[in-house]
Design a protein around this ligand. Structure first.
Ligand SMILES: NC(=O)c1ccc[n+]([C@@H]2O[C@H](COP(=O)([O-])OP(=O)(O)OC[C@H]3O[C@@H](n4cnc5c(N)ncnc54)[C@H](OP(=O)(O)O)[C@@H]3O)[C@@H](O)[C@H]2O)c1
Length: 293
């Protein structure tokens, strides 16, 4: 039976991957790990090489899906070492272990590896130029994976939401406290549901077409557009005050710089053929609301 090791299994993507593989229980053995032990989830801190090597040597997974990361973008600015540990040393350790045992490694990365100054959607052949600590540490993680592991998939996603802390949840929380929220209107991206990203990973997992893949929902919007859709779909009367990134930075001076253009082109999915297409962000978000609210 195929064995799949999931790290960060209690995070947004980890939960969605677990659901995706539940559909085929019986043919796949899924091993769940995260920073904190809980029901059915054992402890694995990916920043410890010893812990990773011993887990992988014991379990001998065929596939490792790394959903673990330090995802607090502003927190990464404050403690870059901590961010490097989870986002760079962690994937380095998994890459070493995967290479030693012949496992395939899925590593998840981000639109934040780019500065966002391009006037086109970024594809997998553009050269990263991060402008934040989070982006730098995630790019370093990608480089370790490329350098140390042969059978790798790097999946770059953006504006992810699912079961966890995300923009949708933040907007809903704020809407309980105030009737008008300032939201940035000059940063653009593609809100991507964790279940769509899990579906993309599940599609590639049996294949040997290794490399870097962008995996975001189709279409694009600004954060302000996304907030308006959230309130409309959830029947909230909260108003969106459209503000610039500059105004946002004035209100929250310690916040990290974020790319203005976060739109990714899923070019590799087109190039490999096979017809896999991610859903449009509006359709995926409507499904998420239907299933979760
Ligand atoms: N969220 C987004 O908008 C977004 C956008 C682009 C790309 N991504 C990427 O997508 C992936 C999944 O993100 P997500 O939103 O699902 O993240 P998430 O909800 O923050 O989950 C990350 C999980 O990793 C765990 N973790 C942190 N450090 C760890 C370590 N050293 N060892 C083991 N586990 C550790 C966390 O545990 P604790 O909670 O205990 O720390 C958490 O359970 C990440 O690679 C992220 O960089 C996310």
């Amino acid at each position: 039976m195929k064995k799949i090791l999931i790290t960060g299994a209690n995070g947004q993507l980890g939960r969605a991957i677990r659901k995706e593989y539940q559909k085929e229980s019986g043919s796949v053995h899924v091993i769940l790990t995260d920073m904190t032990e809980s029901e059915n989830i054992s402890k694995l801190d990916i920043s410890s090489l010893d812990a990773v090597m011993s887990q992988v040597a014991d379990q001998r997974p065929d596939v490792i899906i790394n959903c673990a990361a330090y995802t607090n973008v502003d927190g990464c600015e404050k403690d870059e070492d901590m961010a490097y540990r989870a986002n760079a040393i962690g994937p380095r350790n998994l890459a070493i272990a995967a290479e030693k045992t012949g496992a395939k490694l899925f590593h998840i990365s981000t639109d934040y590896v780019f500065s966002g100054t391009a006037d086109k959607a970024y594809d997998e052949f553009d050269i990263p130029d991060p402008i934040s600590a989070y982006g730098r540490t995630k790019y370093a993680g990608e480089q370790f994976v490329r350098d140390l592991c042969t059978r790798f998939f790097i999946m770059r996603t953006a504006w992810l939401y699912g079961d966890g802390i995300n923009f949708y949840r933040k907007m809903m929380e704020l809407s309980e406290k105030t009737d008008k929220i300032g939201v940035v209107e000059d940063q653009f991206g593609s809100p991507t549901s964790s279940s769509e990203l899990a579906r993309a990973i599940r599609y590639l997992e049996p294949r040997d077409e290794y490399g870097v893949y962008n995996a975001t929902c189709e279409g694009q919007c600004s954060w302000a557009d996304f907030a308006e859709r959230i309130f409309k779909k959830c029947n909230k009367s909260t108003k969106v005050e459209r503000i610039t990134s500059y105004e946002y930075k004035n209100r929250f001076p310690l916040s990290a710089s974020r790319p203005k253009n976060s739109v990714l082109d899923n070019r590799m999915f087109r190039l490999i053929g096979g017809g896999f297409v991610m859903k449009d962000w509006k359709e995926a978000f409507d499904e998420y609301i239907k299933e979760n609210v």
